[in-house]
Design a binder for this molecule. Structure first.
Ligand code: ADP
Ligand code: NI
Length: 214
């Protein structure tokens, strides 16, 4: 079995009981889009594959906010497979730096491979899948669908963003509609543009239905 096949098995088994937005199928979508994006870029495809497969191996939201847990699990796995220290370091940096958590997140590392995996992960927060994931997450946290009296909060700190329980429609203005301008790669930008338009169509239909048929 190749290293990638072993990693796929490991991730599937680790995520057996993960919630719907971060389950194996999320990883599979990100993995496929990361490979697609990488075809137009000069990069190390092994790092892109390992980074996308391992990027959500443990979510700090479900481990008392411990942000070191994912990188630790990934490192231990890759060490057990005798992967070179250079690749392990790179994959761990990708896992640590991938997330967009509100406006004040400080990036401490950059590479083409990180840009690719980040774009692939962001694409899964956009479009039809992105809408489904947002309402799934909002339901899990018992957020309202929409409340015309509660305005979106822009410029939240990382801590405020994590605690924020405002209605799920606000999340579109707080994060999802901002992503298209943050994409790193050519392919990522193009796909984000299409998914962005679909979300705009969704929002206008949502408001029209909210007002009731006339
Ligand atoms: P990532 O997996 O990229 O680190 P998150 O864990 O923040 O992102 O979010 C996972 C999914 O849940 C994404 O699709 C995101 O849009 C959605 N989500 C995150 N926060 C909220 C929120 N406050 N309300 C609704 N959906 C959310
Ligand atoms: Ni993800």
């Amino acid at each position: 079995m190749t290293l990638i096949d072993k990693t796929i098995l490991f991730v599937k088994q680790q995520l057996q009981h993960a919630e719907g937005g971060h389950d194996w199928f999320h990883i599979e979508r990100v993995y496929k889009n990361a490979i697609l994006i990488s075809q137009e870029e000069v990069c190390d495809v092994t790092v892109v594959k390992l980074g996308s497969l391992l990027h959500d191996i443990a979510d700090s939201k479900f481990h008392d906010g411990d942000e070191e847990i994912g990188p630790k699990i990934a490192r231990t796995f890759l060490e057990s497979e005798n992967v070179s220290e250079e690749i392990i370091d790179h994959v761990v940096q990708i896992i640590k730096n991938i997330s967009f958590k509100g406006g004040n997140f400080e990036k401490t590392f950059s590479s083409k491979e990180l840009e690719i995996v980040q774009d692939a992960d962001r694409l899964d927060a956009l479009g039809a899948i992105g809408i489904a994931r947002a309402f799934n997450y909002g339901g899990y946290r018992n957020q309202q669908l929409y409340n015309p009296l509660i305005a979106p909060k822009l410029d939240m700190t990382k801590e405020e963003y994590k605690k924020n329980l405002s209605p799920t429609l606000n999340h579109f203005y707080e994060k999802l509609l901002l992503l298209k301008n943050k994409m790193n790669t050519k392919t990522g930008k193009k796909l984000a543009q299409e998914r962005h338009r679909f979300m705009e169509t969704f929002l206008s239909q949502f408001y029209a239905e909210w007002e009731g048929e006339k």
